[in-house]
Write a protein that binds this ligand. Structure first.
Ligand SMILES: *Cc1c(COP(=O)(O)O)cnc(C)c1O
Length: 417
């Protein structure tokens, strides 16, 4: 955040209209001046037909699922290695998350992990471009066409990047980005839906702003899920977003430079595998993943991470920590899925497909579990305002810890006893 954002906020404050939305028919149902400007700018800059701002990406995902006409008992295939909202958005409409395993190099779900899970009840695929790497969208779209499935893209961690030269979140029917405080660019809280489909855009706009009051005047053929909510962005947030959007490309480029620098330094360090970028993919490096092999280093992942972090100067950006292990626990292991209690007390929505037993046991996605339990380490330090020299500090710490592994094993892991 800089002077430009401050000025943008003050301009809105002086005008006094902090939200331009009305939840009823009329010129204001699509929001105020700044909201519309922010949406047009995002759509134009990144080549989408429509952009629809929302008050978080969690609600954006809910609007996306609603706009795809997902209803009770419909299955949606999703990665379990993501922020919980990618899957809970499905549950909010009574849809049932079916979890696909990931590729061990990109950490994304792929056409080959998705296809075996498709049933007659499958309605959509939710693709998450995790850590910043674009998923293999050409294969996934071919699969979706073959089975007539909708595709939702969660690009929260990957704004501003392309797959095979085409902006992500423009492959599927609908997609979008998070603008929460931790993401590449932010408006405090917020999100941006993007789509190239006019009807899908309209459905998202209706869900965002009390669709039930608007369907009488908005021509819409299918009333499914058109009961609305309030997912509206304020003028203050949009004014900040307009300025922030101009920073996005340089932030991504900076992260890519740091990542290349870090990756080169990791090459040849036994037991550590730097991030890999698939053919045709791009990486926005929301987080930088490293695979760790304790059988090579001789130090447990936990001890390694703690020891490296102890070597680092205190970092004053967002996360205080240099290395973190595991990422998010596979979503299906959360209590919600283990107990199958989501909406009401009677096991809805799973109960609706009687006779079908949804399996959320440990073991269903072995690659995700291996990454979470054993192999994955990530760093959030590949970001502005850090520079190459800061990344060098991290590399020095890593090398120092590995060079003194014998001492560490004796003192912490206790395996010398
Ligand atoms: C951050 C994030 C979300 C949720 O976005 P909010 O704006 O915080 O609601 C969803 N999915 C992924 C992959 C995320 O990283």
């Amino acid at each position: 955040m800089g002077e430009m954002e401050k000025e943008a906020v003050i301009e809105v404050m002086e005008r006094g209209e902090l939200s331009g939305f009305f939840g009823s028919p009329g010129p204001h149902w699509l929001g105020g001046e700044k909201v519309k400007q922010f949406e047009r700018k995002w759509a134009n800059n990144y080549g989408y037909k429509h952009a629809i701002s929302v008050n978080s990406w969690t609600t954006g995902l809910m609007a996306a699922v609603g706009a795809m006409c997902i209803g009770p008992g419909d299955e949606v295939i999703v990665s379990p290695y993501t922020m919980s909202a990618s899957a809970t958005a499905i549950l909010f409409y009574g849809g049932i998350p079916v979890f696909a395993d990931i590729d061990p190099d990109t950490f994304n779900i792929t056409a080959s992990t998705i296809e075996p899970l498709i049933t007659t009840r499958t309605k959509a695929i939710m693709v998450v471009h995790i850590f910043g790497q674009t998923a293999e969208m050409v294969d996934i779209m071919n699969l979706a066409r073959k089975y007539k499935l909708k595709v939702i893209e969660d690009g929260a961690q990957s704004p501003g990047v392309k797959y095979m030269g085409k902006p992500i979140c423009g492959f599927g029917d609908i997609g979008g980005f998070s603008l929460n405080y931790h993401k590449h660019i932010h408006t405090g809280e917020g999100g941006m839906l993007v789509t190239n489909d006019d009807q899908v855009a309209l459905r998202c706009q209706l869900i965002r702003n009390h669709g039930e009051n608007l369907v009488e005047v908005q021509p819409i053929e299918d009333l499914t899920n058109m009961l609305g909510s309030n997912y509206r962005m304020t003028e203050l947030q949009a004014a900040i977003g307009i300025v922030q959007l101009d920073r996005l490309d340089s932030y991504v480029a900076h992260r890519q430079r740091l990542a290349t620098h870090f990756g080169k330094k990791l090459v040849g360090i036994p037991g550590l595998t730097p991030a890999k970028v698939a053919n045709g993919a791009e990486h926005a490096y929301y987080l930088y993943p490293v695979k760790y092999d304790a059988s090579v280093t001789g130090i447990s992942r936990k001890s390694f991470v703690e020891a490296v972090n102890a070597e680092l100067p205190t970092v004053k950006v967002w996360e205080q920590t240099g290395l973190i292990e595991g990422y998010i626990k596979p979503l299906y292991l959360a209590t919600l899925y283990q107990k199958k209690i989501a909406i009401g007390r009677a096991g809805f929505p799973w109960s609706i497909n009687s006779g079908i037993e949804y399996n959320y046991s440990k073991g269903i996605c072995p690659v995700v579990e291996r990454m979470f339990d054993q192999e994955l380490i990530y760093t959030p330090l590949i970001r502005e305002p850090l520079k190459e020299c800061d990344i060098d500090d991290l590399v020095v710490a890593i090398k120092k810890v590995l060079a003194n592994s014998a001492e560490l094993v004796n003192r912490i892991d206790g395996s010398g006893q």
